[in-house]
Design a protein around this ligand. Structure first.
Ligand code: GLY
Length: 365
């Protein structure tokens, strides 16, 4: 584990100057990330990677870069760049809130709270969910996605910091809507779920990045594992526990021999399909979070096997030209992507290693 951490933090430090005033692209090309503006949903992962690296190394240079990236998130708010976005949690939990968590910087905390306010604008009061993409008054866009569970901690945290109950209620209601609708009877998940805008009755599940509407997209299932663990952390709602257990069991049961899933859980060894290493890293973080409250030897063993497999077989250690850490991430096979490093895969892999090294690590979520 120490060697795996050393490789990851060295890789981050290698590109510190290159990414000083920007962010890595969502995914690499030929395992090399290019430069990206602070737009869309992924820049927070680089900010989080810097904060993890700082906590693991104590490097002043890394701290300087992490603080600079906090400023870039402050500017994103001031310039109102793509803020009407359901992924404000992915963006601001790992940047502004991470800064506040690590350094106590209250200006960063206020940026996080401002971001939570923006996220609230996408909350559909009648439907009781945070709408994913599209205009809020468009009946065709009246749906949420399983990934959004990871945006809820920003609202739970905003409640903790301000005492304002509407943040908690929105997050809690979204969680309940998700548990009720996006998780199938067999504990697999739909990627996305539609409601009728007039009646607010559930309509149907569909996929966006998975193989088919009735298959189980690996990263979607991993978002459910980690999202539920985070919801439990904030709510201590015991109803979550059996759901978490069943969803996690489904994920583990569908892992191939080396414990790193193919991009959809309908594929197994011999399918010839690419994997999604990021899904494994995300699931590990969820299992290790829940491990704090409900230790489960089978889940913990699976988490350890996933991390070992990722670090033994799936890092860029054999590709010195790469500026990423974890290979074989799959953004969206359905949209023609190839296996690459992904900005979120690198983040969750290092978070998983951090959680293994330090069980008491104070998370940024
Ligand atoms: N949240 C988008 C994705 O997982 O690709």
């Amino acid at each position: 584990m120490d060697k795996a951490i050393e490789y990851a933090v060295k890789t981050v430090e290698k590109s510190l100057d290159y990414f000083y005033d920007c962010f890595p692209t969502e995914q690499s090309r030929d395992l090399v990330f290019g430069k990206f503006e602070n737009v869309s949903w992924t820049p927070g992962f680089y900010a989080g990677l810097l904060w993890l690296t700082y906590e693991l190394t104590g490097s002043e240079a890394v701290l300087k870069s992490a603080k600079h990236h906090s400023r870039l998130f402050h500017e994103r708010l001031k310039t109102k760049t793509e803020l009407e976005h359901h992924d404000m949690g992915f963006l601001f939990s790992l940047s502004s809130m991470a800064d506040y968590t690590v350094t106590g910087d209250t200006e960063a905390m206020h940026d996080g709270l401002e971001a939570a306010g923006w996220l609230m604008k996408r909350y559909q009061l009648e439907g009781r969910f945070i709408q994913a993409w599209g205009a809020l008054d468009d009946p065709q866009a009246y749906r949420f996605i399983v990934d959004c569970l990871l945006n809820l901690p920003l609202l739970f945290r905003a409640h903790e910091l301000t005492g304002k109950k509407w943040y908690y209620d929105a997050a809690y209601n979204h969680m309940c809507t998700a548990v009720k609708n996006i998780i199938r009877d067999d504990a697999s998940t739909y990627h996305t779920f539609f409601f009728d805008k007039e009646t607010n009755m559930p309509l149907r599940g569909e996929t966006h990045q998975g193989f088919s509407d009735d298959s189980c997209w690996s990263r979607g299932q991993a978002w459910a594992v980690y999202g539920l663990a985070l919801c439990y952390h904030y709510t201590k709602d015991e109803n979550i526990i059996p759901v978490f257990n069943r969803v996690t069991e489904y994920f583990i049961e569908h892992l191939p021999e080396d414990f790193v899933p193919y991009w959809d859980l309908c594929f197994g060894d011999g399918s010839g399909e690419p994997r999604d290493t990021s899904a494994a890293a995300i699931a590990v973080c969820g299992i290790l979070e829940m491990e704090k409250y409900y230790p489960n030897a089978r889940f913990k063993d699976a988490a350890e096997r996933m991390v070992r497999s990722l670090s033994d077989k799936y890092t860029t250690a054999d590709r010195p030209e790469s500026n990423g850490i974890l290979k074989d991430g799959m953004y969206s096979r359905k949209h023609g992507h190839e296996p690459e490093c992904t900005s979120w895969g690198d983040y969750f892999y290092l978070e998983a290693l951090m959680r293994m090294k330090n069980r008491d690590w104070k998370m940024y979520w």
